[in-house]
Design a protein around this ligand. Structure first.
Ligand code: BEZ
Ligand code: FE
Length: 288
């Protein structure tokens, strides 16, 4: 072992210290993290003070985490890393995946097809329909669809427990024998990601806005199929071209079309006019 670290000598020594890691993937990860962090520090050449600030920032991110708040995930989100990991793991033959986000923290109430997930009734009425298929276009009967969204003011039920009953904006549906699903809701609003922690400070320091375009979250699952975590984005929403967490993908932008036909409204059990969004969901087989 060398006693006199040089800038490039120390990286080789630190990487080699993991040579004996028995698990090959763990060894690869530890050595890659070491090499990339050394390269970053050699590029940035921080002062001691700057390095302390970096450690203090990460410490604050850790302290902001609670059982219902994950500030590290938020950091990964605003750096685009969550979207990158999701993109690496999305099967290109299926519907594009996107970030899970921090608000899938309570179980969605089981609801029947056609039910409403809106328990308040003050927003713009909306009907969402779709069909779950496999990569060949064949229906996936009985697929499960877990959906969650904020209200028309941009808040999830867990953020406003005094104003929204638990389960507002959430539903767990089972697709019919043709893979079809439908539910009633209100058009969600765009909203800011949480900014009261260190990640909010980072956005402010960078003069970045915290907003996400309006969206409905969805997890689709069926036996033998790869689970899909994604969103439908409201096409005419503010920030559709500037999501704070870089999660918008072209295939996920959906027109929420106004329907002014009272018969159609009656058929769906919503007031007229209402908005209609149709979102085909394509899953891919785990073994294909
Ligand atoms: C969300 O869509 O719920 C979300 C995603 C990433 C960060 C914050 C919120
Ligand atoms: Fe969201």
């Amino acid at each position: 072992m060398s006693m006199d670290a040089t800038e490039t000598g120390v990286v080789e020594e630190a990487a080699a210290s993991f040579d004996g890691t028995p698990d090959a993937r763990t060894r690869q990860v530890l050595q890659a993290v070491t090499r990339h962090l050394h390269a970053l520090v050699r590029e940035l050449r921080p002062t001691q003070r700057e390095w302390e600030q970096a450690v203090d920032f990460l410490t604050a991110v850790g302290h902001a985490c609670t059982p219902t708040r994950q500030e590290f995930v938020l950091l990964s989100d605003v750096l685009g890393i969550s979207t990158l990991v999701e993109t690496i793991n999305t099967d290109p033959r299926g519907t594009q995946g996107t970030v899970l986000g921090p608000f899938h923290m309570t179980e969605s109430p089981r609801r029947a097809l056609g039910d409403t997930i809106d328990l308040i009734g003050t927003g713009t009425p909306c009907v969402v329909t779709g069909r779950v298929t496999d990569e060949t276009g064949a229906p996936v009967p009985g697929a499960s669809l877990d959906v969650w969204q904020c209200d028309e003011h941009g808040f999830y039920d867990v953020q406003r427990p005094d104003e929204q009953p638990p389960g507002n904006g959430r539903g767990l549906f089972t697709a019919d024998e043709h893979g079809r699903f439908r539910f009633r809701t209100v058009v969600p609003s765009h909203y800011p990601i949480p900014t009261d922690g260190p990640v909010g400070g980072l956005l402010q320091a960078a003069r970045r806005h915290p907003y996400r375009p309006a969206h409905i979250h969805l997890i689709a699952e069926a036996p033998g199929m790869r689970p899909l975590t994604t969103h439908l984005f409201v096409a005419d929403s503010p920030y559709i071209d500037g999501d704070a967490v870089f999660a918008v993908k072209s295939g996920l932008i959906v027109e929420f079309t106004e329907v002014a036909d009272p018969d159609e409204a009656r058929r769906h059990g919503v007031p007229s006019p209402f908005r209609h969004a149709d979102f085909p969901v394509r899953l891919t087989r785990e073994d294909a």
